[in-house]
Design a protein around this ligand. Structure first.
Ligand code: 5RP
Length: 219
């Protein structure tokens, strides 16, 4: 099975966590695209979706699935999203698709975060994937210097403006042994909108696509 087939496999498996008649939170990325397509093909009846990006909202709309604004709902039973890396405790790096801020907002509404990922995303220690951080442009250099003091090299992601009109720094060279501490620290830095460490909003469970089938990791 290639990576696309593994993503399709977990996209379908995530249907088991969709609650009929309820709203669902929907993330962003190629794995989530597989889930959206599987949801549409399944004919399952849901009340609608809250999306973490313009791109996912467009895909949901194209399938005729009603999309609500995050501000219109008080809670979601389930949020389904991918990850760039996930560790054995359910901590994640997200934001490869530049949607991390809205992803954290929608995840915050959800009682259960179901991460869907192919097996290449499971790592012992987060940080091989450059950590995305959404920032206000005038603070970018100061934030880059702060990361340098932690041993990281921050680069502005070229040609990308987020759905919020901001920029992304990708920070390489970090070994994130304490995700909660790093998230807490970086959240204090002026100009940081969202850091792509999902520790406070870690996965409740992960559906991991492997050639032998879907593994369910519970955290
Ligand atoms: C977008 C994300 C995605 O979940 C992450 O990049 C994984 O994407 P893909 O499913 O395409 O591998 O965080 O901001």
């Amino acid at each position: 099975m290639n990576q696309d087939e593994l993503k399709a496999q977990v996209g379908r498996a995530a249907l088991d966590y969709v609650v009929d008649g309820e709203l669902i939170g929907v993330g962003t990325g190629s794995t989530v695209d597989c889930f959206i397509d599987a949801l549409a093909a399944s004919g399952r009846r849901i009340a609608g979706a809250v999306s973490s990006s313009v791109a996912s909202a467009a895909r949901l709309n194209a399938h005729g699935i009603r999309v609500l604004e995050a501000g219109e709902v008080e809670a979601l039973p389930v949020y389904i999203d991918g990850a760039d890396e996930i560790d054995p405790r359910g901590f994640m790096i997200k934001g490869g698709g530049a949607a991390l801020t809205r992803e954290k907002i929608v995840a915050d509404l959800a009682e259960c975060f179901v991460c869907i990922a192919d097996a290449s995303k499971l790592v012992d220690v987060l940080g091989r994937f450059a950590l995305p951080v959404e920032v206000v442009p005038m603070a970018a250099r100061r934030i880059a210097r702060r990361f340098a003091a932690l041993g990281g090299q921050a680069r502005v992601r070229q040609g990308v403006t987020t759905d919020n009109g901001l920029i992304i720094l990708d920070v390489s060279g970090l070994a994130i042994t304490d995700p909660l501490a790093l998230e807490t620290e970086v959240n204090q830095w002026p100009g940081v909108v969202t850091v792509g460490v999902f520790a406070r909003h870690r996965a409740s469970l992960c559906l991991l696509g492997t050639p032998e089938g879907v593994r369910t990791l519970r955290f």
